[in-house]
Every structure is written in C-alpha cells, then in structure tokens.
Design a protein around this ligand. Structure first.
Ligand SMILES: [Zn+2]
Length: 297
C-alpha cells in the first residue's frame, strides 16, 4: 500500500458529474475505506468498490435530480452487513420509506447479513431518526424511532463533524459543511530521527490523539515484517511531541438550489466561512437574476 503522509489532506472530495449532470460529491477518507456523499444524483460513474465505502449520505432536498441515486446505492449494499445513514429535509423519512416500499422484499429474510437503512429527517430545531432493517422487509421499526434536538450539527465524530443549514428553494433545502476539527500531520523528520518505520500504526497513533488519550497511553509501533522491525511500544505523549504536528482542519461546503435573499445569504456565509473548498450550484448568470429568483435558484 502506498503510504504517503505529512500535510496530506484527509478528505478527498470529487464532483462526480459535470455541470449538466445530476449532482453528487463523493468525499473519500484517506486510509479509512470510507466515504460520504453530498447529494444523491447520478451515481453511474462510481464503481461498486467506491460506493461500498459510503457510510453517510447527505441529501439537500428530494427533487429527482438530487435523489435519483438512492436505488443504485441500495442495490450495491443488498446482502451486506451495514448501517447506512441518509440525512434529508422535512418529509424525508416518508420519502425514504416510499422508495423502499416501491419494491417487493418477500425474499428479504434470505439475506443472512443485515443491511439497515437509517433515515434522519432534519427540522430547524430537531432531528428524527427511523430504522428500516432488511430482515423486516425494510418496514419502519416503530420501536426504533428517536428524536433529538438539532443545533446545526448532524454528525459528530471525534475528529470531524457535518453541519447543516436551512436554505430556501420554495421547499426547505439543506446546505452542508464537512469540518475536520483539526488535522494531524506526521513529521517525516521525526520518524527518521527516532528510526521508526512508516505503517498502519500511524493511523492508530492519530486516532489516540483524536480520542485525547493520556500521555502514558501505550502505542504499538509495528510493521508487517517483524524480522525487519520488532514491535515496540511507546507512550503516546512521547510520540505526540516528536511526530505529530497539528494544523487547521479541512472544511468542505456544499450548497445547491437556493434562492439568494438577505436571510439565505447570511446562512450561506455562516455555513461556508473558512471553507477550503466551496461547491455551489450556479444555474443562472447574474444577468438572469430575476428568472433565478422566480425559480428559487
Ligand atoms: Zn431542486
């Protein structure tokens, strides 16, 4: 495996289709066999191998061009053991349910491995979440429904968060930002000075830093070739001081289909503040501002 590091960004975003295509941004997490999607347009160009990395999907709104990829993703994951999360605006849960119920699942109990669709519906002040397990023919689990307050963040893991904000497309439309809390870089020079090898242990080191383990937390330094480098263990504090440099994290913002007025402009600026990369759909030229307003774009 190629293992380059130091100052390498963790998130690798890629706009899947051209300007005329149905929007999808695929964001790959380096070294993690994981990806998230902003919007669920045409997934055709993405291989099954790429799609199988997806863990969370954020849907701005359910106009067809932003939601048509649902079936493709579902098809790829059938028969997999996986919880797949979908986030969308008010009404989303019912729409996910309707998509799932559009097929016959009488043989679904034959799937030994349990795919579960989680639909998270975002409201200005709360989110609702429902579960649709394949073994129950993707029927909504009444006992699995939860509700929690929403303060702007939809997903929070130690090292990153996904934020959402409400925009106006004559229906609520969500804008999203993926924000890395901070970025951890491994210093090549530090490794050389300590005579330590590159390898997968660096990922565990970073994770221990993200989890804010104590300085005496033991970190295993190992390679696949113990004859070349016998495994050793170091305290986290020692490695952190010599090997890890913290820099500002990455921020990626994604906005589509919204009218621009005083209120959405303020929301947009807040959502995109400090972004390294800002995806924004611009279907109209400035000269066609009035037509754009009529069409809520
Ligand atoms: Zn739309």
């Amino acid at each position: 495996m190629a293992y380059t590091f130091s100052m390498n960004p963790r998130f690798h975003p890629h706009l899947v289709n051209g300007p005329q295509g149905d929007p999808v941004v695929y964001i790959e997490f380096k070294f993690e066999r994981r990806a998230i999607l902003f919007d669920l347009g045409d997934l055709g160009p993405l291989s099954a191998r790429k799609l199988l990395k997806v863990s969370h999907v954020f849907v701005s709104h359910t106009h067809m061009d932003h939601f048509i990829g649902f079936d493709t993703l579902l098809r790829v994951f059938l028969g997999r053991e996986k919880e797949l999360f979908f986030y969308g605006p008010p009404g989303f849960m019912r729409q996910v349910e309707a998509k799932l119920q559009g097929y016959s699942w009488n043989l679904a109990e034959n799937y030994r491995r349990g795919l579960e669709i989680r639909a998270v519906e975002v409201h200005p002040d709360h989110v609702r979440e429902a579960r649709f397990p394949i073994q129950r023919a993707f029927r909504r689990l009444a006992e699995g429904e939860t509700r929690r307050p929403f303060h702007g963040r939809l997903l929070e893991e130690g090292s990153f968060a996904v934020r959402a904000a409400f925009l106006d497309h004559k229906i609520p439309c969500l804008g999203f930002s993926l924000e890395e809390v901070r970025h951890l870089n491994i210093l090549r020079t530090g490794l050389e000075e300590l005579g330590l090898p590159k390898g997968l242990w660096l990922k565990a080191l970073k994770e221990a830093v993200w989890r804010e383990e104590d300085d005496d937390f033991p970190v295993r330094v190992w390679t696949r070739d113990p004859a070349r480098f016998p495994e050793r263990t170091f305290p986290l504090g020692f490695l952190k001081e010599r090997l890890v440099k913290t820099t500002a994290g990455q921020k990626i913002t994604f906005v589509v289909d919204t009218i621009l007025n005083e209120s959405t402009e303020k929301t947009l600026l807040e959502l995109a503040r400090g972004a390294d990369l800002f995806y924004i759909e611009a279907a109209f030229l400035d000269a066609h501002r009035e037509r754009a307003r009529e069409k809520y774009h």
